[in-house]
Design a protein around this ligand. Structure first.
Ligand code: 13P
Length: 247
């Protein structure tokens, strides 16, 4: 069985001191049987990783597809590795929509991350207009295959299905619908990559909270959650970890 993966994406929230307070609290909580990852802002990564319980993985929320040089404002894989960070979230819908990251850019970032031995959480998900036309499976398939174009080895990739209409809105996709899409994603991976589809973890993200985490996490093809808002509060994030552990 795939181990459940409980991931928190803090987006542009929490200063380094707030991140430290969170780390001190979560360090007191012990867990087993699940993997846990947190993605604070770039500026908190180093100090957060140093004080955080080593059981918890720390991830960047983005990285540059370029090696180094004249790219003002960007952060490279080597800068991240130098501070001990080797996980990254790529292709979040907020980056795609608000910072114009196309599938081609996402693909270049995934390639760069994998080439430098990062583990990647690749985000996919449709907007409400797409869902309204019942085109969500086609859309997600296209996003998945274009984001992975030319990539042969996907063992260090985790997929996160995050329907845009469920992010930060309080509207969760039903556990059934989330399971259906995650199953579709697994089948697409199986067709294109074979047996590894049984090992790849597929997460659901979008208004996950303590009250719905257990139902979502108990679905066969949902191997974890990528949590935004509810990961900012240490108690609610711990409740979500406990939901994963209880399965
Ligand atoms: P919310 O949990 O706040 O809906 O955010 C989900 C998300 O975008 C995680 O990456």
């Amino acid at each position: 069985m795939r181990r459940k993966y409980i991931c928190g994406n803090w987006k542009m929230n929490k200063t380094s001191s707030e991140a430290r307070d969170f780390a001190e609290k979560i360090n007191e909580f012990d867990f087993e049987n699940v993997d846990v990852l947190l993605a604070p802002s770039f500026v908190s990564l180093e100090s957060f990783r140093k004080i955080l319980n080593k059981k918890i993985e720390v991830s960047a929320q983005n990285l540059s597809q370029f090696e180094d040089g004249a790219y003002t404002g960007e952060v490279s894989t080597s800068m991240l590795k130098d501070i001990g960070v080797e996980n990254v979230i790529i292709g979040h819908s907020e980056r795609r929509e608000k910072f114009f990251e196309s599938n081609e850019i996402v693909n270049a970032k995934v390639k760069k991350a994998l080439a430098d031995d990062f583990r990647v959480i690749l985000c996919l998900g449709e907007a409400l207009e797409v869902k309204a036309k019942n085109k969500e499976v086609d859309f997600v398939k296209d996003e998945l295959l274009k984001s992975l174009d030319g990539i042969e080895n996907i063992e260090n990739i985790t997929i996160a299905y995050e329907p845009i209409w469920a992010i930060g809105t309080g509207k969760t996709c039903s556990a059934d619908d989330a399971e259906k899409m995650c199953r579709e994603i697994r089948q697409i991976i199986n067709k294109n990559y074979g047996e590894i589809s049984e090992k790849i973890r597929i997460l659901y993200g979008g208004s996950v909270k303590p009250s719905n985490a257990r139902e979502i996490l108990s679905q066969e093809n949902i191997d974890g959650v990528l949590v935004g808002g509810a990961s900012l509060d240490v108690d609610s994030f711990i409740e979500i970890i406990k939901a994963g552990e209880s399965l």
